[in-house]
Design a protein around this ligand. Structure first.
Ligand SMILES: [Zn+2]
Length: 359
């Protein structure tokens, strides 16, 4: 089992980009936050939360950049998911004979990001990790990903050297340095990242699409548990989760996903980021095989894992996405789940409060 523990240093983060290795340190870029959303049941929703206004240290946020690229922040720990910073009109190669055009710009470019701690890469596909990103990243920058992607990234001529492979139900933790001199009972903020099952290819015999499907890499979903290491906790690992974020990854709604609620044993998911789009390859002109969830499957997944709040991502950025946000919205409304979904535009964030001292 991979059980790596990454100790972070927010005062001196590893530069994300090669170009930042030699650049003199300048002011840290600020994200352009156009709107802050809070829990749908909060009657003061949106109007009261001015973008970028001060937050309590226990507030976390998810900022939507575009496609499956988000920035998740809590206690100054910052994770960047599936970095894809191509612009509208650029193309990605998704396998033999499969290309797709980007239709929208990300809201920021990579050099406009604040310093971050780690990348979470769900799978090695260009709409999640494009070639320009790959070329420009600092090779020492920490990346948490699948065993398959680790193999790809660490065996290149110019290899990545801090890649953590996490298989289904394995985990890596990211922790702030423990504060000493406080009678040993000071709680240390920590994010535990566990790989969740996902399947990017449809089950069953699909000989006709065999060649196509060979191009589709294995994918992880993620469970992020935001919580505290508490030396006086009664639990075995001294970890007290206070908020759970589940990210689906580029999976279809398959039986394997039923392992997720089983594994959670009744613990609830607070927030789900669901990858939609109904990605269909080889493309819109020859729609043959769907490899990510469409709106209908997205709602099936909501029913299976019952998150308190769901945010759709990965729904309209590429020409191979045949199921847009309206599809999902319609299914959500038909299922009576409208009060459980927060829709983020690029440049908007969702803020949440992490519970303390649960255990
Ligand atoms: Zn994708």
């Amino acid at each position: 089992m991979s059980q790596a523990n990454i100790i972070l240093n927010p005062q001196s983060r590893i530069p994300l980009l090669k170009s930042q290795l030699s650049a003199p340190p300048g002011p840290e870029p600020q994200l352009p936050i156009s709107k802050s959303h809070t829990h749908p049941s909060n009657s003061k929703n949106e109007a009261s939360t001015s973008p970028g206004s001060s937050r309590s240290p226990n507030d976390g946020s998810v900022y939507f950049i575009g496609n499956a690229t988000t920035l998740i922040e809590w206690h100054n720990i910052r994770l960047l998911t599936d970095p894809n910073f191509l612009h509208a009109g650029d193309h990605v190669h998704l396998g033999p004979g499969v290309t797709a055009e980007r239709l929208h710009n990300p809201i920021v470019d990579m050099d406009g990001l604040p310093a971050i701690d780690s990348i979470l890469l769900s799978h090695y596909h260009e709409d999640h990790f494009d070639r320009a990103v790959e070329d420009s990243l600092n090779r020492q920058f920490p990346i948490i990903t699948t065993p398959h992607a680790k193999k790809c990234l660490s065996t290149k001529t110019d290899p990545f050297t801090s890649v953590y492979a996490v298989d289904f139900f394995q985990n890596v933790t990211l922790a702030l340095p423990a504060t000493t001199g406080d009678k040993g009972n000071k709680k240390t903020p920590k994010i535990k990242v566990t790989g969740m099952p996902g399947k990017h290819v449809p089950p069953g015999p699909l000989s006709i699409a065999n060649d196509l499907l060979k191009a589709v890499p294995p994918t992880n979903g993620w469970l992020l548990e935001l919580g505290y290491e508490n030396p006086s906790s009664g639990t075995e690992d001294k970890f007290e989760p206070g908020y759970r974020v589940y990210i689906s990854g580029d999976t279809l709604f398959v039986d394997e996903l039923k392992q997720i609620p089983e594994w959670l044993r009744g613990e609830k998911i607070d927030l789900m980021l669901v990858h939609l789009g109904g990605t269909t390859i080889p493309g819109p002109k020859a729609p043959l095989v769907m490899v990510t969830m469409d709106g209908r499957q997205g709602v099936q997944l909501m029913r299976l894992v019952e998150p308190d709040v769901t945010i759709p991502i990965h729904f309209d950025d590429y020409s191979v996405f045949l199921s847009g946000l309206e599809d999902f919205r319609k299914e959500v409304e038909a299922a009576g789940l409208g009060g459980k979904v927060v829709y983020l535009d690029r440049g908007e964030e969702y803020r949440f409060a992490v519970r303390e001292g649960e255990a």
